[in-house]
Design a protein. Structure first.
Length: 275
């Protein structure tokens, strides 16, 4: 089985597309909506965190914020506490895919989240709980990772990635034990779009944490086709994925960006370009 060179400095970071909150910017046609109606859709909880990607060729692994790979010694939102585990899981996913697809690399997309959980029975994590990734939703006293998409790269020169179907990606995440976006609903487009965005976050329960004594509402939901589809629009080929957020997150600027994380630059042998 062939893989690309282990010289990770030649790799390109491929940004995850921004998810719109409505369909208007795509200028969809009647045939696009007809395709929507023939397609099953999945609803998942939207995590309020920091976009974080994992790239691997099965041998080496690199990690990225939204627009670029992380540099030596950079502990982005304390991800180093998860690095070894995430690297191993990513490599396992690559080799699970490799027998059926000639891969160059895979790109796993998700969110780093957590860092604070104000419950009297839950101990704070020293050095972490004073700097939660985000404000507005409480998930965990530790920094955690929540994966929601896998893209494969077969041609290194074109950098044109292809997303796996939701159910295929979810099965891979389950096989390697990586926390991932579990479905809240699967069904028709109209029903997915009508799914209530007002609910308590499911994440603390998933992590085995006790329920908070006050409302801890999810940021919102993400809606996408169960099987990956692409639409040809005036903006090019797009994969229709939509997010819907509760009003407080849409209207309050305090919740729009991840908090600035004050980290110390680590020695180069501990930061790691790749693993």
């Amino acid at each position: 089985m062939d893989v690309v060179s282990s010289d990770t400095t030649e790799w390109k970071s491929i940004t995850y597309e921004k998810i719109p909150e409505n369909l208007h910017q795509w200028q969809l046609t009647e045939s696009d909506y007809w395709l929507f109606k023939k397609t099953d859709w999945v609803v998942t909880e939207k995590i309020h965190g920091a976009n974080f990607g994992i790239t691997t060729n099965g041998l080496e692994v690199r990690f990225a914020r939204r627009k670029e790979f992380l540099q030596l010694g950079e502990d982005f939102f304390n991800y180093l506490s998860l690095r070894t585990k995430l690297a191993q899981q990513a490599k396992e996913i690559f080799w699970l895919l490799q027998p059926t697809t000639q891969l160059q690399r895979i790109y796993i997309y998700g969110e780093l989240f957590g860092g604070e959980y104000p419950h009297p029975e839950v101990k704070a994590v020293p050095g972490v709980s004073v700097q939660a990734v985000q404000t507005g939703v409480y998930y965990s006293p530790k920094i955690e990772y929540y994966a929601f998409d896998i893209a494969i790269l077969e041609n290194q020169t074109s950098l044109e990635k292809t997303y796996l179907n939701y159910d295929h990606a979810l099965d891979l995440f389950h096989q390697v034990g990586m926390m991932s976006a579990e479905s809240l609903f699967i069904g028709k487009y109209e029903d997915a779009m009508a799914y209530s965005i007002e609910f308590e976050s499911k994440i603390p329960e998933t992590l085995g944490l006790p329920k908070l004594t006050f409302a801890n509402k999810a940021e919102g939901i993400v809606i996408k086709p169960l099987k990956t589809i692409y639409l040809l629009t005036s903006k090019g080929n797009i994969r229709p994925v939509i997010k819907k957020k509760i009003p407080v997150f849409s209207e309050d600027s305090r919740f729009h960006q991840a908090k600035k994380w004050n980290f110390q630059q680590l020695p180069l042998d501990k930061g790691g370009l790749s693993i």
